[in-house]
Every structure is written in structure tokens, then in C-alpha cells.
Write a protein that binds this ligand. Sequence first.
Ligand code: FMN
Length: 334
Amino acid sequence: MFYIFIVMKIGDVKISGRVILAPLSGLTDSTFRLICRKMGAAIVSSEMICAEGIVKENTRTLRYLFFDRREKPIAVQIYGDSPGIMAEAAKMLERFSPSFIDINFGCPASKVVKKGAGSAILRDLVKMEKVARAVVENSSLPVTAKIRSGWCKNNIIAVDASIMLEDCGIAAISIHPRTSKTEYSEPSDWSIIKDVKMAVKIPVIGNGDITGPVEAEKMFKETECDFIMVGRASIGNPWIFKRINYYLNEGVLFPEPSFEEKLEICLEHIRDAIKNNGEFYSTSYLKKHIQFYLKGIRGNHEIIKEIIGLYSAKEIELKIKNLLTKNKLLDSYD
Ligand SMILES: Cc1cc2nc3c(=O)[nH]c(=O)nc-3n(C[C@H](O)[C@H](O)[C@H](O)COP(=O)(O)O)c2cc1C
């Protein structure tokens, strides 16, 4: 048992809980993050945000910075290849007062790598150091970094990078132990999380392939990391945080929510998204999330197809409401 409610600190921020929501571009917006916090995520994170867009006050970029105070502690994640621009972005972020600034040193997407940012920086530790120092020196907030194990299998630098980042004043390191070139079909290599944990004194956040409470405990045991971070498994499944917390504390599995409970949470997600972002911006975003809520449900392929064909978030809401009503009616005949 892990006694996960022992309060720990990242920088000067107190954290109760040991399970963190990973940044997921296009998915971990304010609405979803708040649901995850209510479900027991100890920290949530924005998706990666372009530092240059922040500095240029690009309207679309600034939308990603929005968060609800109730989400705190929250990390705002930025990426970029220029130490100067990253420093400027860090200064500007103070106005929004997130709990942390997180630097993305792991994104393998070609649009990011082509600009020399994200995981491209794993090939150049001198540049990584300049970027990290620039952000730390220009922010009064704790600065964390999210890295991968290296650029490719012949370039595993996670331990060297972590030692250097700690020396720069980075407050915690998240490690997703795949290289920039490794596909998700290959498992992440948790031994690298352990190597990083043994090499530094700052908190280490282990990430990669946690699908439920049992794997969560396994990662803590195998790597001795301080926190774990859950990404894909939280989509359509935000109650995973509650279930992991319960398992770590009590040693027994908390049951999965019923179909009806899942649809209720899904409806809350839809309503909050519409309230926060309006119908227009919510429609395609909700389609991405809803498919995951319906995973494993009988006839889900047909329902998902119908939802994909809908034109508005309100229509999606109605579809899920009808599903819920139909399910309640069926239950009353049991
Ligand atoms: C759709 C998607 C979007 C992602 N977006 C980001 C991002 O914006 N920033 C980041 O650091 N990592 C991002 N990641 C990586 C995740 O944060 C995480 O490191 C990875 O998925 C491994 O964790 P998991 O096995 O729990 O999903 C993304 C991953 C996925 C699948």
C-alpha cells in the first residue's frame, strides 16, 4: 500500500495524490481536466502549447491557456526550440498563474520536430540545457520537464538529461520511456524510469502504458517513482483516477461504474464542454471523447457511426440522453 494521500511537494506546491493526468493534445482541455480532478487526478496538464504563439498573443493559442481555478494544481505545457522565446512565454504565463510550467521535450510529431522542438531537442543536450535554464530563470513558478528516453535506440539519454535538468533547477521530471522513434505498439521500457529515479533527487513521474490500478501499482513497485502519469487510459475513462487511488490505498479493486453511471459522466462532459466552448467548438472535440465512453458497450460501432455523422454538440447530447433513458427503461423491466 502506498498511502497516496501523504502530501508531497513539487517545487513549493503541495500535491495530495500520486496519480497525474498526462497532457494529450486535442483531448485534455479544461472541461476534461476538471472532470479528472474531481475523479482524483492529483495534477492535470494542458496540452502542449506553442511558445511562439503565446509570445505573439495568437488568439487561437491563447485559448489553450484557459483553465478553471478548480483544476489547480495544473501544469501548462509549452514547447519551442528558442531559449529566448521560451523565456518570454514563461514570463507571460505568470499572468495566468498556473501551478507549474512544464517543458515538452518529447513530442515526436513532425510539425514540432521539424521546427527543432519537442523530441528533436533530445538529440541536443546543450540546447536542452539552454531552453531549460532560460525558462527556469525567467519564471517564479516551479518548472517541470517531460522527456522521452531518447531520440532513437542508439541515443538513450534520459539519465544524462535528467541529471542536467535537475542542475538547471527543474522541479520534477516526467519520463515516457519510449524513444521519439518508438511506436505505441512497442511497450514502454519502465527500467529507464527506475534509472532516472536512481539518478536524481527531484520527484520523478513515471509514464507509459498504465491501463488500470494493477499496472499503476506495478509501476510504483518496479520503478520507485514518486508519481505516475496516465494518458490514453483516461480517455472515456476518467474514473480511472478514483479506481487507481482506491487500489493504492485499500489494496482492493473499486468496481467499474455501471453503463448508466458512465453515460451520466459522459453527459456531464458534453454539457460542460458546450458551456465552456460553445456548440461550434465542442462538436468535433466531443466526437473524439464520446467514442471512448462507449467502448465495450453492445452495439457501440453503430452508435459511434451515428454520432460521427451528427452536426452539432446539442445533437450529440440528445443522442446520449436517449441512450441513457433507453437503458433506464430496460433496467426497470429487469
Ligand atoms: C493523442 C495524444 C496526444 C498527446 N499529446 C501530448 C502533449 O500534448 N504533450 C505531451 O507531453 N505528450 C503528449 N502525448 C503523450 C502522452 O502524454 C503520454 O506521454 C503517452 O501517451 C504515454 O502515456 P500513456 O501510455 O499513459 O498514454 C500525447 C499522446 C497521445 C496519444
